[in-house]
Design a binder for this molecule. Structure first.
Ligand SMILES: [Zn+2]
Length: 74
């Protein structure tokens, strides 16, 4: 299989998949792209001081929050 972002080949056993609630949800990704995707949002729950990160590929809120791409065209 191939990484959805960089097109590099990845072994099935080493593939990562975009987390739920992200623009790349369910897409096959290599380790590098999975961890290196740009952060879209950081979520704080109420008084909890722990930041939960949402990127194009990762969603530490496990789907409680999600991000959507909005293309900004002139
Ligand atoms: Zn990649």
């Amino acid at each position: 299989m191939k990484c959805y972002i960089c097109d590099n080949g990845i072994k099935k056993s080493q593939a990562y998949f975009g987390d739920i609630g992200t623009p790349l949800e369910g897409r096959p990704l290599c380790e590098y792209c999975y961890y290196d995707a740009e952060t879209c949002a950081i979520v704080y729950y109420g008084r909890n001081e722990t930041p939960y990160l949402i990127s194009e590929t990762r969603n530490e809120t496990e789907g409680n929050f999600s991000v959507k791409w909005r293309r900004i065209d002139p």
